[in-house]
Design a protein around this ligand. Structure first.
Ligand code: NOJ
Length: 762
């Protein structure tokens, strides 16, 4: 860029500094050059304080359209926005509120830099899609991308331009309540879903009014919180970090995710927020990420509690040095960074780098062209809750359901002539099924499972609660440990069940028993639900158990006794319609578990891609091998498991090359036949095992999948491909390598595959 041009731009900006919003918009529109050039020009005229302001995010908690807040931090926040010391707000929502807060930033500050408005759009905005773990069970990447785009369009219509999602934390520990937010236990599936979600949120053009910036979180290792306890320390080896934890983040970065959020945990004894190895060495240098990193809520300050920083001043220094660009609610940057730069402790170039990243995203969103572009009342009215959006979340909900067991073909239900008892407090619940993390939606706005079933009028439906899960209404902000002990409604439920042809029992977790800060050590059915299940089973064995929950549960007894089990998670707004359509066979389930179901809590962490160990089960079957003496090594339901109303047969596995070279593409082909009576879809899964390697490899690794639709009796030849990207791994230096030797290739309908062959790399 010529000096003259840059001088001209700077003069142009300076002369318009005190203009009102419209003039500022025009000014920005008038600058016809690349975003990078615009950002540099703006940086040139910013004071140190204004730059650091861009790195500061506050939570909005007051009525921005009302009187200015008083007391505590509220007043400071308000004043700081006016002084240009705030770059972003979170949790402000609705066109009215967003416009008001944006107006302060744009019209009352010296430079009029618009705020970026962040919000936890985790599974839908007002129209809720299934919880992310449930969506992952669909293995349907197009549907998942569509779901994220629906969420983005509603959030954007409400003034929001940045979501704190997707959560791409791989986790093998269902005790951790946040597994409901992620895509489950597998890095490969998790990476594909991370890409789909980023594409869904951001679309093909970030400046459109129906797309928002995404944020891959929590960087990194949070899903491995020790013993599943929230906000806990993490201890993982390099191999797990590189091969399991980081790939979904890398996939998000490759999909051009605009932001990342760091995490509450530490890694190698260094809190992730102050972890230079993660944020600078890997993310920004090795991967070339050029978006920005935001801290998690007060995680800069929490480095003091961790015993890593002695005070807020040092915490700010450590975080900025480590590559954390924006401070969410620690007041560390806004209060400490100016001092640190002036004292020469922090190089101003680090500040410039962070601000450049933040301003770039604001430019890409089009906020400089029109800071109010997301503030369109008309769109707010028409987009949010539209029929189209409800149809999309219903479609996603049906695809997320997993049929765990269907003995005696109790499902699909006959459509008429039966007496059906519906039992369980969760059946008649239009709130819990919305799941956790649904801040913008209205309470009780879901279709309950009972309501969904009532739409099928051919059978006689008799509902009895039997038991609640918890005591009374519960909210996201409450500590929820109070399961009910009340069995007084058992009696009439049992009587009703006794007299019915079929009993549908809807049991599981309350919607707020999973999510942030909802770790559990008992993973059975909470409260008295297990007792209720056994009591009803005592009078009628024709039970269809519908589970609604946010994590894998230990349901051994049910799995042994109950003929039919449907995993219906928490499916959001359209839960009841989706469940009813699946139970009645208007939709044939095709979901597959994205996370292993353990037999008991003692087996956790349990996951399909474990290591062989030096002592796997041997032929002599002696006692000294890697196992428990009180429970099998196998899970209750494995990763990838899920049935259909029809049956699928895998046969004729072939590979295009048994001996291959590094750059070869290996085609894996096999036949899939629908041997049952219904049209259905099957997620075919391809796994590999690298038999001998310099760093030991898991016994199986998912490396491909496809959703295949087949009519009854139909056979299709399926081809999946393997390349070095699937056959290699990260060594302990973080380098991607592929080593010569033998590999097994497996194919099947779950991680317990049915066909296998071998290939060799020379
Ligand atoms: C804390 C959570 O860990 C994070 O995921 C979320 O985005 C922020 N709070 C903001 O709500």
């Amino acid at each position: 860029m010529s000096k003259f041009f840059s001088f001209f731009i700077t003069i142009f900006i300076l002369t318009t500094i005190n203009c009102k919003a419209q003039q500022k918009q025009k000014m920005n529109k008038g600058i016809k050059k690349s975003i990078a050039g615009k950002v540099d020009s703006l940086l040139n005229i910013m004071t140190l304080e204004e730059k650091i302001g861009q790195m500061n995010q506050y939570n909005g908690f007051w009525d921005v359209t009302g009187p200015s807040p008083k007391g505590g931090n509220a007043e400071k926040k308000y004043e700081d926005i006016k002084k240009g010391l705030v770059g972003s707000m979170l949790t402000v929502r609705g066109v009215d509120q967003v416009r008001s807060v944006q107006k302060i930033a744009v019209e009352d500050t010296r430079l009029g830099i618009p705020l970026i408005i962040g919000f936890d759009v985790i599974h839908g905005y007002k129209t809720l899609s299934p919880i992310p773990l449930a969506e992952a069970a669909s293995w349907d990447l197009d549907a998942i991308e569509k779901s994220a785009s629906v969420a983005a369009s509603e959030a954007a219509a409400s003034g929001i331009n940045w979501t704190f999602g997707p959560n791409v934390d791989v986790s093998r520990d269902p005790r951790w309540g946040r597994v409901m937010e992620g895509a489950g236990e597998d890095a490969y599936l998790g990476s594909k879903i991370a890409t789909a979600r980023v594409n869904g949120f951001q679309g093909d053009d970030l400046s459109k009014v129906n797309t928002i910036a995404a944020c891959a979180k929590h960087f990194a290792g949070y899903g491995f919180s020790e013993s599943g306890k929230e906000y806990n320390t993490v201890s993982i080896d390099r191999s797990t970090l590189y091969n399991v934890v980081l790939p979904p983040f890398k996939a998000a970065v490759d999909a051009d995710v605009k932001t990342l959020m760091n995490s509450f945990n530490e890694l190698d004894g260094i809190p992730a927020t102050g972890n230079k190895f993660l944020q600078r060495d890997i993310l920004k240098e090795k991967w070339g990420f050029n978006g920005f990193v935001i801290s998690d809520w007060a995680s800069i300050k929490e480095m003091i509690s961790w015993g890593h920083a002695k005070d807020l001043n040092q915490a700010a220094e450590l975080a900025v040095e480590a590559g954390c660009d924006m401070d969410m609610e620690s007041y560390a940057y806004v209060d400490e960074l100016v001092k640190l730069v002036k004292e020469g402790k922090v190089d101003e170039r680090l500040i410039d780098d962070a601000v450049r990243r933040i301003l770039t995203v604001k430019y890409e969103l089009g906020l400089f062209d029109d800071p109010y572009k997301y503030c369109n009342e008309e769109l707010e009215k028409t987009v949010i809750g539209s029929d189209e959006n409800r149809a999309a979340v219903l479609d996603m909900a049906k695809k997320s359901i997993v049929l765990l067991k269907n003995e005696n073909q109790l499902l699909p239900l006959p459509k008429e002539g039966k007496k059906i008892a519906v039992i369980g407090g969760l059946a008649d619940d239009n709130n819990s099924i919305l799941g956790s993390w649904r801040i913008a939606s209205d309470d009780h706005s879901g279709v309950s499972i009972l309501e969904g079933l009532q739409k099928y009028t051919g059978n006689q439906l008799l509902y009895k609660k039997g038991a609640d899960v918890t005591i009374g209404e519960t909210a996201f902000t409450e500590e929820l440990t109070i399961n009910t002990t009340d069995t007084s409604d058992f009696k009439e439920a049992i009587l009703t069940a006794k007299d019915a042809d079929i009993v549908i029992m809807v049991l599981g977790e309350h919607g707020f028993q999973t999510g942030e800060a909802r770790s559990r050590t008992e993973l059975g059915l909470p409260g008295v639900q297990q007792e209720l299940l056994e009591a009803v089973y005592g009078v009628n064995k024709n039970i269809v158990l519908v589970l609604t929950n946010g994590r894998p549960l230990t349901i051994n007894w049910a799995s042994e006794h109950i003929p039919t089990i449907v995993e219906a998670w928490q499916l959001g707004t359209e839960t009841g319609n989706a469940v009813a359509q699946v139970l009645y066979g208007d939709y044939n389930p095709s979901g597959k578990l994205p996370m292993t179901f353990p037999r008991n809590v003692g087996q956790i962490p349990i996951y399909y891609n474990q290591k062989q160990t030096g002592r796997p089960l041997n032929s002599e079957n002696n006692v000294f091998w890697s196992h428990y003496s009180d429970v099998a090594n196998t899970p209750l339901y494995p990763f990838g498991h899920g049935l259909s109303y029809t049956n699928f047969k895998y046969s004729n596995l072939k590979v295009s090359k048994t001996n291959f070279k590094t750059d070869d593409i290996i085609e894996v082909t096999f036949d899939l036949t629908n041997t049952g009576k219904f049209y259905g879809k099957e997620v075919v899964q391809l796994y590999i095992r690298d038999l001998f390697a310099s760093v030991t490899r898991p016994i199986k690794e998912l490396k491909g999948f496809e959703l295949v639709a087949l009519n009854a009796g139909e056979t299709k030849k399926i081809t999946l491909k393997l390349t070095k990207a699937e056959l290699g791994f990260y060594n302990n230096n973080g380098d991607f390598v592929i080593e010569p030797g033998d590999f097994k290739v497996f194919v099947g309908g779950s991680s317990e595959t049915t066909l296998e062959t071998e290939i060799t790399l020379h």
